[in-house]
Design a protein around this ligand. Structure first.
Ligand SMILES: [Zn+2]
Length: 321
């Protein structure tokens, strides 16, 4: 991790963290990743088993530490008994932090630019170098087979069991990354083995059927970067698919009028050209480069929300003042 609240700021204070979390919520709203719904959380730097998430308030209207609630990762209960009402979907955050100790920030979004890739079967891919963190596959998690009996089928991640299923999708048990980390943990350390399997997720983004997406990161700035560029990648891919299909046409199959004889025959016209997405190597290398520069857009985005009168950040202190 090269940039972010973890672990760059070795003596990160809570004031810093709260100010950054409120700013991050404003940035995500400003860029259309969050509207009146959706949320960003951050793990506590003082206590690895808790995290901070806003109370049940629109992200744009967060303004002070009083709007933030500390939750236990174990069961998503508030640390303080008299906490303000929170989000139903806080379990989504807690189960990701529980499964991945290296994840320190989570964004959950219902962004309408991404939603088509959650329902159409068209895979979201990295169309440009700013979206290398998407890799070459972005899983789509479908809640429909995970509803507990008797529960509402409203697509919300409202309990630990459902949330655990979502968090597992970031590192599927059959994935190459999962098997590799298992294999490494089984080898003697002299030949590259490690005593612990890797706790890094295989994917930074998981799409949620009919719902939106969730992205995980090592710090607030990276989480914001990934959320914004997931939206941008979806917009770019949609535009590319649109002009591609308009120019090359889709596959046409059926009876066609064959020129000359006026006969009607079966025919098929294939579209031409293929969209070119980032290769596995390109995705990995571009993200390795770009994650080192995440503080550059962060500085711009902070200023954008700072000068916009809609947003108020009354958190004291912090490096961003
Ligand atoms: Zn949601």
């Amino acid at each position: 991790m090269s940039a972010g609240y973890f672990p760059k700021r070795e003596k990160l204070g809570l004031e810093d963290l709260f100010k950054g979390l409120v700013t991050a919520s404003h940035i995500l709203h400003y860029h259309g990743v969050l509207d009146a719904y959706g949320h960003i959380s951050v793990r506590s730097p003082d206590n690895h088993s808790t995290f901070y998430l806003s109370c049940n308030i629109s992200p744009a209207l967060l303004s002070s530490p009083d709007d933030l609630t500390e939750y236990n990762i174990e069961d998503a209960t508030p640390v303080e008994k008299d906490a303000k009402p929170g989000y139903l979907e806080r379990y989504l955050h807690s189960e990701i932090y529980k499964r991945f100790p290296t994840v320190n920030s989570v964004v959950h979004s219902h962004c309408s630019d991404v939603l088509p890739y959650c329902v159409s079967g068209v895979p979201l891919r990295a169309t440009g170098h700013m979206a290398g963190f998407l890799g070459t596959t972005v899983p789509v998690w479908d809640i429909s087979s995970h509803y507990p009996s008797g529960s509402k089928h409203d697509l919300l991640v409202r309990d630990i069991t459902v949330a655990a299923s979502l968090s597992a999708t970031f590192k599927p048990a059959t994935s190459a990354g999962f098997l590799y980390s298992k294999m490494r943990s089984a080898l003697p350390s002299q030949i590259g083995g490690s005593s612990e399997p890797s706790h890094e997720p295989d994917h930074f983004v998981v799409l949620m059927q009919g719902h939106g997406f969730t992205t995980v990161a090592h710090g607030i700035e990276e989480a914001v970067y990934q959320a914004i560029y997931t939206k941008e990648a979806a917009k770019t891919q949609t535009a590319a698919l649109t002009i591609h299909n308009a120019y090359f046409g889709g596959t046409f199959e059926g009876k066609v009028d064959v020129e000359g004889g006026g006969k009607i025959k079966q025919g098929k016209v294939k579209s031409e050209g293929e969209l070119k997405y980032l290769s596995d190597r390109e995705a990995a290398d571009t993200w390795e480069t770009n994650r080192r520069t995440a503080m550059r857009p962060w500085g711009l985005w902070c200023r954008e929300v700072e000068v916009c009168p809609l947003y108020r950040n009354e958190c004291p202190g912090g490096d961003d003042e």
